[in-house]
Write a protein that binds this ligand. Structure first.
Ligand code: G3P
Ligand code: CA
Length: 268
């Protein structure tokens, strides 16, 4: 049996909260991550980008327009400028993406989240919670994202498992070269012919296919397992997709709805 693989149906699939419990609170905010921890998520997913003054912040898009009341690229803004924006106002409630409460005073729901703060939250969690950190389009900074990320991790108080994920094999290569002890996840939007047999870039042991890949190529999970790799699937929100993941025996699901997915898995 592969180390880390599901030994039996009684060994649960790991549930990773995508941008926090992002169906219930604004994505990548402290409130969304607190909620995910309360709901029992095994790990938290976050995207990281570098600000103009070299801070890593948890923001998905290149620009802040969708998720805040500001405009512009994260990489062109300084942390103080991001801190003045409202990152909670875009989400009026579960399942909506309406711009609503620009004057909200709940800073846990509205403030930009630095990776440093997220690491503190995880370190202080009442139980071990893992982290799956995605480096977002790091080419612009040619290695600075990974450098800064590894430096932060090296001095962080987090003792639970941390993984680094990317769609960029080059980014993962940088991570592995500098920190071979940190597990890496190769994210895939499409299943390219060279990965169909389950193999991954050198040194990477976790595949991160989209749920669409598994719907079209369910045989991929068995192939990845045969190649000695784990499979962590994103973004698994719908009950039918959770069912598919259970049937195929994936190792982890990344979801916006950790509570609902955990409840479904408990009944499976
Ligand atoms: O967890 C992987 C998934 O987050 C990748 O897609 O666009 O949501 O970052 P995206
Ligand atoms: Ca992501």
């Amino acid at each position: 049996m592969r180390p880390g693989s599901r030994a039996s149906p009684s060994r649960p699939i790991s549930v990773i909260a995508h941008r926090g419990a992002s169906d219930e609170a604004p994505e990548h905010t402290l409130a969304a991550y607190r909620k995910a921890i309360e709901e029992g998520a095994d790990a938290l997913e976050c995207d990281v980008r570098l600000t103009a003054d070299g801070h890593l912040v948890c923001v998905h898009d290149r620009r802040v327009n969708r998720v805040s009341n500001g405009r512009g690229a994260v990489s062109a803004l300084e942390l103080a400028e991001l801190a003045a924006l409202d990152f909670g106002s875009w989400k009026g409630g579960p399942g909506t993406d309406q711009y609503e409460s620009p004057d909200s005073e709940d800073s846990e729901r509205t403030s930009v989240l630095t990776l440093e703060r997220l690491l503190r939250l995880v370190a202080e969690a009442p139980r071990p919670v893992g982290l799956a950190i995605e480096t977002k389009h790091p080419t612009r900074w040619a290695g600075h994202v990974e450098e800064r990320l590894l430096a932060l991790l090296a001095r962080s108080p987090v003792t639970s498992p941390v993984r680094i994920m990317s769609f960029s094999a080059r980014s993962l290569h940088r991570v592995r070269s500098a920190a071979p002890h940190i597990p890496t996840v190769f994210l895939m939007q499409l299943l390219l012919p060279r990965h169909r047999d389950g193999r991954l870039p050198p040194g990477v042991r976790i595949a991160g296919p989209s749920i669409r890949i598994l719907r079209a190529h369910p045989e991929y999970v068995e192939r990845a397992h045969r190649a000695g790799n784990e499979v962590h699937v994103w973004t698994v929100n719908e009950p039918g997709d959770v069912e598919l993941c259970v049937r195929l025996g994936v190792d982890a699901v990344i979801t916006n709805r950790p509570q609902r997915v955990l409840a479904q898995l408990a009944e499976a």
